[in-house]
Design a protein around this ligand. Structure first.
Ligand code: PLP
Length: 425
C-alpha cells in the first residue's frame, strides 16, 4: 500500500507578500472568477453568503481524497496516521490563524450555526434557570438568535436585545445597561452580515467580563476579512464557518476558553468522543475530541487548513487597506445611483453594502442583475428582526472579498442603472 504523501506540494501558488497588493494576481488563484457565462464576465458580489475557493483549497481537498483518504484517530496503519496528521495539522493552522491560545481550544463543527448551537446546548442549557437572561443584539443573524431561543424556551429564560441605531450602529451603552445579575451569556456578531457594521466587540467583552459574564462572538463575517484575533478580543467563545473563509462547506470552527470547554458536557454522543464505554456508564475523551462525535469532515478540515495557509501568506495590512478602499468606492458608486438608498451606514463597516431602490423589490434587482452575470443577494439575509427594526422587508446586498475589484463595482453600478430603466418601462 502506498504511504500517503502528507507533504504533497499544492498545485496552486500563493501570492508574494513582499509585492504591493495585486488583486489581479489574487484573482487568478480563484478558478471560478475566470468564468464568463454567455461570453460575459461573471461578477460575483455575494461573498458574505459564501466565498469563492482558491485553487490551493480545491487541490488540497482533491489531493486528500486521491492520496490520503482514510478514517482518522483510530487507525494504526500509515495511511490513517497520515490522514490524522492532516486533520490535526489543519486544527493547528486554524488556531494560529485565529490567534487562539492553542489547537486544543479549537473544535471542528459544520459551521457557525453548529458552533453556536453547541454552546447553547452544551454550555448554556445546564446553567440556565427560569428568569435568567441571554443578551444578543438587534443585528444578529438567525443563527445567533434561534439557538438561544430554543434553550430559553425550555428553561423559562428571557432573550434581551441590545438596540441598534437607524444607521445600523450598535448602541453599546444600551447593551451595557442591559447587563444584569441574571445575564448568563452575551452573544454578538463581530461584523453584521446584513449591513457590514463592525461592532466594538472588545468593549463589549470588557463590560461583560467586568460582571463575570461570558461572551460568544459570531465571527462568521469577521474571519474572512482578517479581523479575527481571539486573544486580543478576549472572548470566551468564537464561531466561524470554513466556506466564508475561502474553505469548503460543511466545516466550521468553535473556539472555547479551555476551562469552559473542559467543564461542558458532550454535545453529541458517538464514536471518537469517549474515553471508555460500558452499558452502565461512559466517560468522555478530552477536549476537543469530546465535541467531535463520529467521523468528522476530514477533507473539509484539510481544505480549511489550505485556505488558512493561503490567507496567512498574504500581507494582512495590505488586504485590509485594499478592502477598505474598495468599500468606500462601492459605497459612493452605489449611493450615487438615483432612487437608491443605502441601508446601514455605520462609521465602522466592512465589505458589505446593503441598499434598497425606490419602487423596486430587492428580488427584482437581483434577478435583473443576474441577466448581466452579476450575483448579489436579496432578501432578509437571515436577519428578520433587524429588517423589522430598520423598517424594510428586505434589502439588496453586494458583498466583497479580497478578490473583488473596482471594475466589478462599476459593473454593479451600471447594472443598477439598467434595473431602473427596465422597471421604468
Ligand atoms: N452568522 C453570521 C453573521 C453569518 O453571516 C452567517 C451566514 O451567513 C451565519 C452566522 C451562519 O453561518 P453558517 O450558515 O455557515 O453556519
Amino acid at each position: 500500500m502506498p504511504a500517503a504523501d502528507v507533504r504533497a506540494p499544492l498545485r496552486a501558488s500563493v501570492p508574494d507578500t513582499r509585492a504591493p497588493y495585486d488583486v489581479e494576481r489574487v484573482r487568478r488563484e480563484f478558478p471560478l472568477l475566470a468564468l464568463s457565462p454567455d461570453g460575459r464576465p461573471l461578477v460575483y458580489l455575494d461573498s458574505a453568503a459564501t466565498s469563492q475557493k482558491p485553487a490551493a483549497v480545491i487541490a488540497a481537498t482533491a489531493d486528500f481524497y486521491a492520496r490520503s483518504n482514510a478514517n482518522i484517530h483510530r487507525g494504526v496503519y500509515r495511511l490513517s496516521e497520515a490522514a490524522t496528521a492532516l486533520y490535526e495539522g489543519a486544527r493547528a493552522k486554524v488556531a494560529r490563524f485565529l490567534n487562539a491560545p492553542g489547537p486544543g481550544d479549537i473544535v471542528f463543527t459544520r459551521g457557525t450555526t453548529e458552533s453556536i448551537n453547541l454552546v447553547a446546548q452544551s454550555y448554556l442549557r445546564p446553567r440556565l434557570a427560569a428568569g435568567d437572561e441571554i443578551l444578543v443584539t438587534a443585528m444578529e443573524h438567525h443563527s445567533n438568535i434561534v439557538p438561544w431561543q430554543l434553550v430559553a424556551a425550555e428553561r423559562g429564560a428571557v432573550l434581551r436585545v441590545a438596540p441598534v441605531s437607524d444607521r445600523g450602529e450598535l448602541d453599546v451603552a444600551a447593551l451595557e445597561g442591559l447587563l444584569s445579575d441574571r445575564t448568563r451569556i452575551v452573544a454578538l456578531a463581530q461584523i453584521s452580515n446584513a449591513l457590514g457594521t463592525v461592532n466594538p466587540v472588545g468593549d463589549v467583552v470588557r463590560a461583560a467580563h467586568h460582571r463575570g459574564i461570558p461572551v460568544l462572538v459570531d465571527g462568521a463575517q469577521a474571519a474572512p476579512h482578517l479581523a479575527a484575533d481571539i486573544q486580543s478580543l478576549g472572548c470566551d467563545f468564537f464561531a466561524c464557518s470554513g466556506h466564508k473563509l475561502f474553505g469548503p462547506t460543511g466545516i466550521g470552527v468553535l473556539y472555547g476558553r479551555a476551562e469552559l470547554l473542559d467543564g461542558m458536557a458532550p454535545w453529541q454522543g458517538g464514536g471518537d468522543m469517549i474515553a471508555a464505554v460500558s452499558f452502565e456508564r461512559s466517560t468522555w475523551a478530552a477536549v476537543p475530541a469530546k465535541f467531535e462525535a463520529g467521523t468528522p469532515n476530514i477533507a473539509g478540515a484539510v481544505g480549511l487548513g489550505a485556505a488558512v495557509d493561503f490567507l496567512s501568506a498574504l500581507d494582512h495590512e495590505a488586504v485590509r487597506g485594499y478592502e477598505a478602499a474598495l468599500l468606500r468606492y462601492a459605497t459612493e458608486r452605489i449611493a450615487a445611483v438615483p432612487d437608491v438608498r443605502l441601508v446601514g451606514t455605520a462609521p465602522e463597516k466592512a465589505s458589505i453594502v446593503s441598499f434598497v431602490m425606490d419602487g423596486v423589490h430587492p428580488h427584482d434587482i437581483a434577478t435583473i442583475l443576474d441577466a448581466d452575470n452579476i450575483c448579489i443577494r436579496a432578501g432578509h439575509h437571515c436577519a428578520q428582526p433587524l429588517m423589522a427594526r430598520l423598517g424594510v422587508a428586505a434589502t439588496a446586498r453586494a458583498s466583497f472579498a479580497l478578490y473583488s475589484t473596482r471594475a466589478e463595482v462599476d459593473a454593479l453600478a451600471a447594472g443598477l442603472e439598467r434595473v431602473r430603466q427596465v422597471m421604468a418601462r
